[in-house]
Design a protein around this ligand. Structure first.
Ligand SMILES: *Cc1c(COP(=O)(O)O)cnc(C)c1O
Length: 482
């Protein structure tokens, strides 16, 4: 019988192989990192797909060197790098090194957070971090929560818990009130909960893109008149496009008056919890029933790292199910699966733990402050520059704007085509990446700043590139539109 080659298994007997493999991987990564010349290379989807399609997955390569070389060809050579200052597109952060150190341990040891007997100390590290976050929110001793895969899952769980308070109310009578600029995961959650799209009532926003409390009260009163039950109000603390923070105190008053669950989606704005200068912007968050925080946004953590934190642990019950083989009703061990929508679950909490133990919360908060200050400085530096029309004063770290060429005003269709063409040209050039969104149906571009190392010069250069590209593309675009 030929011997089964077992050196691929993580095991003390294979420590040399493990060290050589990871060491080689680290060398490869550092070489690649040092060669990065921009946030992207502009590879097209067709070319990216072609390279991957050509791989024969049934024929492994001869050695790890070849494996890494192939990986680079398929992905890394053309990856989008979030540490590059001219990457300013989506809500992706550059990651902090203590969290990467944690990833090595998380993946190698592979603790699973569902039960104590698969995680031991990890269960309590996660619990301490939830307690810490709850304390930052301002919750009391009854608070609890759990790490999740992201803001979408946290929002789903928050709404599941809200649904749990109305088990006997038929789905068609339940309503979720959220601002028109809330995250789409609210709608998806409503679908997943069997409530249907019409269950989400879109509350208008004010000129700063915050939920209008007068409109909220009107919607709540209308629900009552129609015999509908306002199951939950979702307040957003940091909308994805404008970073707007809904008026939490006023929304909390209305939630109380109408006996609605208050879920605060602080996926983006959660970083303010550690800001040394701006924590007051979240005033009122402590009145929520549940809160979403995405550590993989404003805490500079690698994906995935998010949490749902609740004011009262008793409300987590709809997430609980007892399985005889895992967490039987009579279990005395602390089992995190009792609070989670997931079963097998990564020890993502370790990343935040090592981050806090290395950097401390204030420094993380200073990074958050840095990107908010940067957005404001960029706005100051470039507002009133004719060809860049800003849609709003920045609230957190996003800038929404569009390129408007000099001359007679463009029809929206032409303006949209031009702005989209600018964004595509920037990606294709590999020099900068910006995002796109619509404001009241009008196509805009967006910068999301989450890199504390980016400077005013870096970001004004991105805007100047937008202007140059716009000026270059405008004639051809307008020709094509006619
Ligand atoms: C990003 C975001 C989400 C979704 O979070 P994921 O981690 O991407 O699932 C939810 N709400 C807001 C306001 C967000 O910005």
């Amino acid at each position: 019988m030929p011997q089964l080659p077992l050196h691929h298994v993580f095991h003390p007997d294979h420590a040399d192989h493990y060290a050589a493999t990871l060491g080689g991987g680290l060398d490869h990564l550092l070489r690649q990192l040092k060669g990065v010349a921009g946030p992207a290379t502009g590879l097209t989807p067709a070319a990216a797909e072609q390279r991957v399609a050509e791989v024969d997955l049934d024929r492994p390569l001869a050695d790890v060197g070849q494996v890494l070389a192939e990986m680079s060809r398929l992905w890394l050579d053309d990856a989008v790098w979030f540490h590059e200052p001219s990457y300013a597109a989506h809500l992706n952060c550059p990651v902090v090194v203590p969290a990467l150190l944690a990833e090595l341990f998380v993946a190698s040891v592979n603790s699973s957070l569902d039960t104590f007997d698969q995680s031991v100390g990890a269960t309590f590290i996660e619990r301490r971090l939830i307690d810490w976050a709850a304390q930052r929110i301002g919750f009391g001793a009854d608070a609890d929560g759990v790490f999740t895969s992201g803001g979408s899952q946290s929002n789903l769980q928050g709404l599941l818990l809200a649904r749990g308070r109305h088990e006997r109310v038929p789905a068609e009578r339940l309503r979720i009130l959220a601002s028109a600029e809330s995250h789409f995961s609210v709608q998806k959650s409503a679908r997943l909960l069997g409530l249907g799209d019409e269950s989400v009532v879109s509350v208008p926003t004010d000129e700063r893109h915050r939920m209008d409390p007068t409109a909220l009260e009107r919607s709540l009163a209308a629900c009552a008149d129609l015999g509908l039950r306002p199951m939950a109000i979702v307040a957003t603390a940091g909308t994805t496009d404008f970073g707007a923070i809904d008026p939490l105190e006023q929304v909390a008053d209305l939630a109380l008056a109408y006996d609605a669950w208050l879920h605060v989606d602080a996926a983006y704005g959660g970083g303010l919890l550690v800001s040394p200068t701006r924590r007051d912007r979240l005033q009122g968050i402590e009145r929520a029933d549940s809160v979403t925080i995405d550590f993989h946004k404003t805490f500079f953590q690698p994906v995935s790292s998010s949490a749902i934190v609740v004011r009262d642990r008793a409300t987590l019950r709809p997430a609980t199910w007892h399985a005889d083989y895992l967490n039987p009703r009579e279990a005395t061990n602390p089992n995190q699966v009792d609070k989670s929508l997931q079963t097998t679950r990564r020890f993502d909490a370790l990343k935040l733990w090592l981050t806090l133990r290395t950097m401390g919360p204030d420094l993380v908060g200073q990074y958050v402050d840095a990107v908010i200050d940067l957005a404001s400085a960029v706005h100051h530096a470039r507002r009133g520059h004719g060809e860049l029309e800003f849609a709003a004063v920045p609230e957190l770290s996003t800038l929404v704007f569009r390129y408007v060429p000099p001359g007679p005003p463009l029809a929206e269709k032409e303006s949209a085509a031009l702005n989209n063409a600018i964004r595509e040209a920037l990606y294709a050039s590999g020099r900068a990446m910006v995002a796109a969104t619509k404001v009241d149906g009008v196509q805009h571009l967006k910068l999301t700043l989450l890199n504390p190392m980016a400077t005013l010069e870096d970001i004004t250069a991105v805007l100047d590139l937008v202007r140059e590209t716009g000026a270059r593309l405008a004639p051809a675009q307008l020709e094509a539109a006619r």
